[in-house]
Design a protein around this ligand. Structure first.
Ligand code: ADP
Length: 252
């Protein structure tokens, strides 16, 4: 069976400072269907928003966001557990940092756990360990973490589900004439050097970390599919029916 990593960002999992419960329902149902064909590892953001429902502190302060993540992580997991329980699918939590993958020993330990969990049909749910690592909270970098997860836990493909339906030649939220790429075979270094700022027409928001993830993976012979987390039908037809409708496939 092929192994895939699904990464879902905060843009999809949260709305108005809360977890987006309907979108979580859709996501879990989607994973349930995917499991006929794939072993699925989930990388999920959303802990800070979940924490904020319990404690109202200023999210602009990094240490507050770390504290909120620690409050929200069990709430996030509880939300997943309730939904996966309906399908009698077990869940597990792994909190990792990008640095864990610098150590062969730690990578191997984590991979052993992942293999056992998947053998027993349990969905591993991974998030950054925000108390010691702050990349995700500062740069929104669960994208990079999920690329590492894909590479080092032997998955074939990373699927990034976000609030945009693909990768465009410029930010489609600002430019009506932006065009989506169906396939990208190589990441242009110029794209990676773009600072994510509002004055850059190409890259605002989190697209740069997604391109970094794609660059990392295609250089290692893996694939990445960037698709909508709001309308999962595109990812579903691509993954389950080999039918491309929309989205961007990165592969060498
Ligand atoms: P997530 O929380 O899922 O990681 P982000 O908000 O970090 O999502 O990243 C997705 C955002 O990247 C999109 O909403 C879009 O506004 C922005 N973006 C900027 N440039 C592009 C581009 N060239 N193609 C697609 N999206 C882009």
């Amino acid at each position: 069976m092929k192994r895939i990593v699904l990464k879902v960002g905060s843009a999809v999992l949260t709305e108005q400072n809360r977890l987006a419960k309907d979108r979580m329902n859709n996501l879990v149902e989607f994973i349930h269907r995917l499991r006929d064909r794939y072993e699925v590892i989930l990388v999920s953001s959303g802990a800070v928003a979940a924490g904020y429902t319990e404690l109202k502190v200023d999210k602009k302060i990094l240490a507050n966001r770390q504290a909120l993540a620690s409050i929200g992580q069990p709430l996030l997991m509880n939300n997943y557990k309730k939904r996966f329980d309906k399908f009698k699918i077990g869940t597990s939590q792994l909190l990792l940092t990008a640095d864990d993958f610098d150590s062969r020993k730690r990578t191997k330990n984590a991979k052993n756990s992942i293999n056992i969990l998947l053998e027993h049909n349990i969905v591993p749910i991974i998030n950054e360990n925000d108390v010691t690592a702050i990349e995700e909270l500062v740069f929104g970098d669960n994208d990079r973490l999920s690329a590492h997860v894909c590479q080092y836990f032997d998955a074939d493909m990373l699927v990034i589900l976000t609030d945009i339906d693909g990768f465009y030649d410029k930010n489609p939220k600002e430019f009506d004439d932006a065009k989506m790429f169906a396939t990208i075979r190589e990441i242009d270094i110029k794209w990676l050097e773009q600072k994510a700022n509002p004055s850059s027409e190409f890259a605002t928001g989190g697209i740069v970390t997604k391109l970094m993830a794609a660059d990392f993976l295609i250089k290692r012979g893996k694939q990445m599919f960037l698709s909508s987390g709001f309308d999962l039908s595109y990812a579903e037809s691509f993954l389950l029916y080999n039918k491309y409708i929309k989205g961007t496939l990165f592969r060498a």
